[in-house]
Design a binder for this molecule. Structure first.
Ligand code: SAH
Length: 453
């Protein structure tokens, strides 16, 4: 017997937040998850879904608000869930993130360590350097912006809390003008039309903008005229890319790309290291906080100049190159070929000849390095959300690398991986960094050193 039913309306005390930022209330120990509810609040909810071990509730009213509750900065965006923590004060968000790391380490990692307070932004708005806007038609009008969470309904976005203001202006210009060039938005259901997504990226320091038009077909007679007028209206756009994605798929980018205007990349700086970024390469989306993140890595690395460093999951080489001046050699490994090409180009761009980059899986390439007798003083791992492959962790242990810096974007896989390393490596410092204000995502840097046995 479950203690609640769908449709039931009840009052609840919120006791905690889930890792997705939903409030948790309990009826006889049975958890109910409620979006936009905060700890220490009393709320009225309607039960909307019942599962085996939990229920979902919709908030009807906040009866007693938390002192941490703030009025969302942009009601519309908030309603659509793009920023699921906007109702929580920024200090409250940082506390939530610190706690999230600590709790994951304890619960999943069986590790009880101090976690430094999460490093936040002075002005946590309009921080993104990359935005992807889906385009579509509704009632004879173009809409573009974001998918409503969990659906393919397009929300028409005309202002944003987290996107760059110029980026929003470019997106709105495209929405206003594109039909005049007979460029019709894509329709998912009939798999017809042309424009699927507009992806806009910029260099925070250089103010160079790249516009990628993701299209179903490259048969677009008036495209040249459109691009000419786009760059006239926005001279900061130094690169326009046509990305062709002819498939029925949720993936944004297709394989084929054509440069319509300017270069195939834009530039940016982190500190005084310069990076060229092409349309498909991973580059952290919050440049202000990327510097904070990499400075934390640099502080943990505490380099003397004679270290050999492995940069695993290196993307376009950013972390390794950020440290290259203070190190003897950097060996980067990354699975995406284009990113490795960017990394090599970026090493040359900065005049570093001590940085080497290889395409492949970190768990395979580093094992080969071990078999070739390569020795490293420090390995930095920065895996995607699913964390490190266990073979990589085994190799790190076997290579007896003295120090490990783990950069993680997912506290639960971080905790799982640290648990696997815990008999071999001791943790010195854990530092969360807020790269994604107003969302429940958190980035975290951990410094470890080999246990002497
Ligand atoms: N360190 C970089 C990129 C981190 S994102 C930065 O700070 O910008 C994680 C990267 O890991 C992505 O570029 C992704 O392509 C890459 N990746 C995913 N699985 C991998 C694997 N098994 N081996 C190597 N790289 C992988």
């Amino acid at each position: 017997m479950k203690p609640v039913d769908v449709g039931q309306i009840l009052e609840l005390e919120i006791v905690d937040l889930t890792s997705n930022g939903e409030g948790i209330g309990k009826v006889n120990g049975f958890p109910i998850f409620i979006e936009k509810a905060l700890p220490d609040e009393r709320v009225r909810v309607e039960i909307t879904k019942l599962k085996k071990n939990f229920a979902l509730g919709k908030m009807l009213e906040v009866i007693d608000p938390s002192p941490e509750r703030v009025k969302p900065y942009a009601e519309d965006l908030y309603r659509y869930g793009a920023c699921n923590l906007l109702h929580l004060s920024y200090q409250g968000q940082l506390k939530f993130k610190t706690n999230l790391v600590k709790e994951n380490l304890k619960r999943i990692g069986k590790i009880d360590v101090d976690v430094n307070p999460c490093l936040g932004m002075a002005h946590p708005y309009n921080y993104r350097n990359k935005s992807a806007f889906p385009f579509g038609m509704r009632d004879g009008r173009i809409v573009g912006g974001l998918f409503a969470p969990g659906t393919h309904e397009i929300i028409d976005l005309n202002e944003s809390v987290i996107d760059n203001p110029t980026t929003i202006e470019i997106m709105k210009y495209i929405k206003r003008t594109i039909l005049a060039y007979h460029i019709v938005p894509y329709d998912e259901i009939s798999h017809s039309g042309i424009l699927r997504h507009v992806v806009i990226r910029h260099g925070e320091k250089t103010k160079e903008y790249m516009v990628t038009l993701v299209v179903r077909t490259k048969d677009i007679p008036q495209l040249t005229a459109f691009v000419e007028n786009l760059i006239k209206a926005f001279p900061m756009v130094v690169s326009v890319i046509l990305n062709v994605n002819p498939d029925r798929t949720n993936r944004i980018l297709g394989d084929e790309e054509i440069v319509l205007y300017g270069n195939s990349y834009i530039h940016d700086y982190i500190g005084d290291v310069q990076f060229a970024i092409s349309s498909k390469s991973f580059y952290q989306v919050n440049p202000t906080q990327t510097k904070v993140l990499y400075d934390t890595v640099a502080r943990f690395a505490n380099l003397k100049g004679n270290e050999v460093i492995i940069d695993a999951y290196c993307g376009i080489g950013t972390i390794g190159l950020y440290l290259a001046k203070q190190a003897k050699a950097i060996y980067g490994v990354e699975i995406v070929r284009e990113a490795v090409e960017d990394a090599k180009y970026n090493a040359r761009l900065n005049g570093f000849n001590n940085a080497h980059f290889i395409v492949g899986k970190a768990e395979e390439v580093i094992r080969d390095w071990k078999n070739d007798g390569i020795q490293a003083d420090l390995i930095i791992v920065d895996p995607p959300r699913k964390g490190c492959d266990q073979r990589l962790l085994d190799t790190i242990v076997e290579m007896k690398i003295p120090r490990v810096i783990y950069v993680s974007c997912n506290p639960s896989t971080l905790a799982r991986d640290l648990n696997l390393l815990k008999d071999y490596y001791q943790i010195h410092e854990v530092q969360p960094v807020d790269l994604f204000p107003h969302t429940s995502h958190v980035e975290c840097v951990t410094l470890m050193s080999k246990v002497e046995k």
